[in-house]
Design a protein around this ligand. Structure first.
Ligand SMILES: Nc1ncnc2c1ncn2[C@@H]1O[C@H](COP(=O)(O)OP(=O)(O)OP(=O)(O)O)[C@@H](O)[C@H]1O
Length: 352
């Protein structure tokens, strides 16, 4: 997909955070975390991308960067070909930043924090519609709100709109937040662990609902999840892509059949192994050398996964593998994808 027909496009984007180094502060030392490291990707119309990876690998930072809520340290991010940060700085007359923010919505893990506890649901839903659709009459606004509430199963809507957030369950609040996003007719919704806090029994229902509404509203989704089973469900049902992140980078990306069915990166293989209902083979050996995640302020040389990788060879310590094309939109940052790479002649570094 070229960036011309993309809704969102990031090109070689990095986000660095510089933290106080605690005791090291006395010596003027700061610690830098590269939360997102040189990522390029596109989100198309009606597209679904699921980001997966361990805690701290940079999923949320990448998601926020994609929707213009986090400024990248370097690289560019465009919405329909327009640079988001130029628009924010008022340097792009072609589009306003507020229009971009309306088009790119976010749903968090904790729906309670997104709703004003002192406002009835009706007020919470009317306010954004008033702001973004000032020409719509009050009755028409209410009609749209009621219809959408009923569509997500909050019936009778007349009852729900009169309630305050504390009078709703977690699942009901999450539906209200989804309705509020959809009322703005967004191009992309970032669902950041949006179903993680729900009871397991409600998760599939919520994922189904979001995907059904996607067709109705022609919206794209970026789903963030640390749970590979949920990520697989979304990617399989939507036919979308799955991207596996490790220490700020996308180490494997592609359609679900390839990434989960035939993972090329040893890290994806380890994630799959650690998700019992995805793992059907009889092999009890943990496909990873060390459990601990490396310090993100001091990432390993070469391939960042090499200290944990059971297949690491010397070349992996010194060279950073770029993305290798595994065919059919599937790519992985691992030398092993290339049958002719010097990796195959390089000595193993895995201890017996
Ligand atoms: N505002 C910030 N200031 C400093 N460091 C940050 C900030 N936000 C994130 N980080 C660091 O950047 C890295 C990536 O964090 P991020 O929240 O994007 O990861 P994540 O994969 O979404 O994790 P989780 O699943 O736990 O939410 C982490 O090392 C985190 O500590």
């Amino acid at each position: 997909m070229s960036s011309d027909d993309s809704v969102l496009s990031v090109d070689d984007v990095s986000v660095k955070f510089t933290n106080s180094g605690g005791l090291l502060d006395m010596f003027g030392e700061k610690e830098t975390v590269r939360a997102v490291d040189g990522i390029s990707l596109d989100i198309g119309e009606n597209d679904v991308l699921t980001l997966i990876g361990e805690s701290g690998c940079g999923k949320s930072t990448l998601g926020k960067t994609l929707i213009g809520a986090q400024k990248p340290t370097s690289g560019s991010i465009t919405y329909r070909g327009q640079d988001i940060w130029e628009a924010k700085n008022g340097k792009n007359p072609a589009i306003s930043f507020s229009e971009i923010r309306r088009s790119l919505q976010i749903i968090h893990q904790d729906p309670g924090s997104a709703l004003n506890p002192n406002q009835r649901i009706l007020t919470s839903l009317m306010l954004p519609l008033k702001k973004w659709n000032p020409n719509l009459g009050n009755e028409e606004r209410k009609k749209r709100i009621y219809a959408l509430l009923e569509r997500v199963g909050l019936t009778p809507a007349e009852d729900f709109v009169q309630r305050f957030p504390h009078q709703l369950s977690g699942g009901e609040k999450q539906r209200v937040v989804l309705v509020r996003s959809l009322l703005l007719n967004p191009d992309v919704i970032l669902a950041d662990e949006a179903i993680s806090a729900l009871d397991v029994s409600l998760r599939v229902e919520m994922m189904d609902l979001m995907l059904e509404l996607q067709d109705l509203f022609d919206t794209s989704y970026i789903f963030i999840s640390h749970d590979l089973s949920n990520a697989r469900y979304i990617a399989e049902k939507s036919g979308g892509r799955i991207a596996v992140m490790y220490l700020g980078r996308i180490v494997e990306v592609g359609p679900i059949e390839q990434v989960i069915g035939d993972p090329q990166h040893p890290y994806t293989q380890a994630l799959k192994w650690a998700t019992p209902n995805l793992y059907g083979e009889e092999d009890d050996d943990l496909p990873i050398r060390k459990i601990d995640i490396p310090d993100p302020t001091n990432r390993p040389s070469g391939c960042h996964f090499h200290p944990r990788c059971p297949k690491a060879r010397e070349v992996c310590q010194r060279e950073d593998p770029g993305q290798f094309d595994a065919g059919d939109g599937h790519g992985a940052r691992c030398f092993r994808v290339d049958d002719t790479h010097e990796y195959w002649d390089s000595p193993s570094i895995v201890d017996d």
